[in-house]
Ligand binder design. Structure first.
Ligand code: PHE
Length: 353
């Protein structure tokens, strides 16, 4: 019995030291210590020995078991270390490196940059005006009579602050048209200094706020407002700029149309539609008979020029105000079925773009 145990130990140890891979080491473990392993079977025999022998041989059996277990653990460690070493020595610097995950600008920021660069090319450059504003610049100076219900159309957030008795309450800008009269005031000052005629080429991109939230509206959104004022500026100029923008931003295949409309601050006023990017004007479930509404435009109302201290008998101008998120949604290949996703901070959504 004793000899048998010693034989098992010798066999086990020599096999363990000879193994070269973790898998066969695992097999050896089973072969000796597993349920029907050699040592396990020997233990069963020990149980049948006479009592006085049983204790002594049992002790030896346990010692051998411990020796085999330790030898397996040591060998496993050695094999692991040498595998690691091999891997290091095999370093191949021509392998492609590990790419760290790269982020990108938010979809709306990308759109703002693209829109800015399109207009820059025709000399209409970006300015910034406050995103909280006096009622005066947001409404009054845009020809909204006091208490006129047209103020309601903009679903404005009014604050209770009234820091200027003439300029009225402070609102969160409901549209970027607040930049129009501010820009006119700046241009008049400049023209006084330079003695040059008034020449406005403004692109005002800013956050706007309205009480609205559904699949195509968020309470905070962005608009880009164009304002061009000079001598002999006409609807043809507006049409030219519109065509240039539609073709540059949406592509050559897209067409636009100008529809009569009403705004307090332009006369005549229009709404602009662009052919749907999915059906290209044929009509589909996404659009109204082939057309998607892009936003408002028109010739600057003489009263607004007067508010800006510009003589409407000498100067004329056009203005337009379109939604950044809206034009983005109208782009081909971008199918966002809920605008609120843009501001949900969900990486699964944002990483797609
Ligand atoms: N401010 C208008 C809006 O928010 C758009 C507009 C801008 C219309 C300029 C005409 C001229 O709907």
């Amino acid at each position: 019995m004793e000899e048998n145990l010693l034989q098992i130990k010798n066999d086990a140890l020599s096999l363990i030291f000879e193994t070269e891979d973790p898998k066969s080491l695992e097999e050896l473990k089973l072969q000796f210590l597993g349920r029907s392993g050699r040592l396990t079977l020997a233990f069963k025999e020990i149980a049948g020995l006479p009592l006085e022998k049983r204790a002594e041989i049992g002790k030896l059996g346990n010692e051998i078991k411990k020796v085999i277990e330790d030898a397996i653990a040591d060998r496993a460690m050695e094999l692991k270390k040498s595998a690691q070493k091999k891997q290091k020595n095999n370093l191949d610097i021509t392998n492609p490196g590990i790419k760290p995950p790269l982020g990108h600008l938010h979809l709306v920021t990308q759109a703002i940059e693209e829109i800015t660069s399109i207009f820059e090319k025709i000399g209409i450059t970006r300015v910034r005006y406050p995103e909280v504003e006096w009622d005066y610049y947001a409404f009054t100076a845009l020809n909204f009579p006091a208490n006129h219900p047209a103020r309601d159309d903009w679903e404005t957030f009014f604050t209770t602050d009234n820091t200027d008795s003439k300029k009225g309450q402070i609102v969160l800008t409901p549209h970027t048209s607040n930049g129009q009269v501010r820009e006119m005031e700046k241009a008049v000052e400049e023209s006084k200094k330079t003695k040059m005629p008034i020449n406005i080429r403004m692109l005002n991109i800013a956050k706007c706020y309205r009480r609205q939230s559904d699949v195509s509206h968020t309470q905070m959104f962005h608009q880009f407002e164009g304002l061009v004022v000079g001598k002999n500026i006409s609807i043809s100029h507006l049409k030219g700029v519109l065509e240039y923008f539609v073709k540059s931003y949406f592509g050559e295949k897209r067409e636009f149309r100008i529809r009569p409309y009403h705004f307090q601050f332009t006369e005549p006023s229009f709404e602009i539609d662009v052919t749907c990017g999915v059906c290209l004007g044929k009509g589909c479930k996404l659009c109204k008979a082939g057309w998607l509404e892009m936003g408002g435009a028109g010739m600057v109302h003489p009263n607004v020029l007067n508010y800006g201290k510009i003589d409407p008998t000498i100067y004329t101008g056009f203005a337009f105000g379109w939604g950044v998120e809206r034009v983005l949604m109208m782009k081909e290949g971008i199918e966002i079925d809920d605008l609120r996703l843009l501001y949900s901070n969900k990486l699964e959504f944002l990483e797609q773009f």
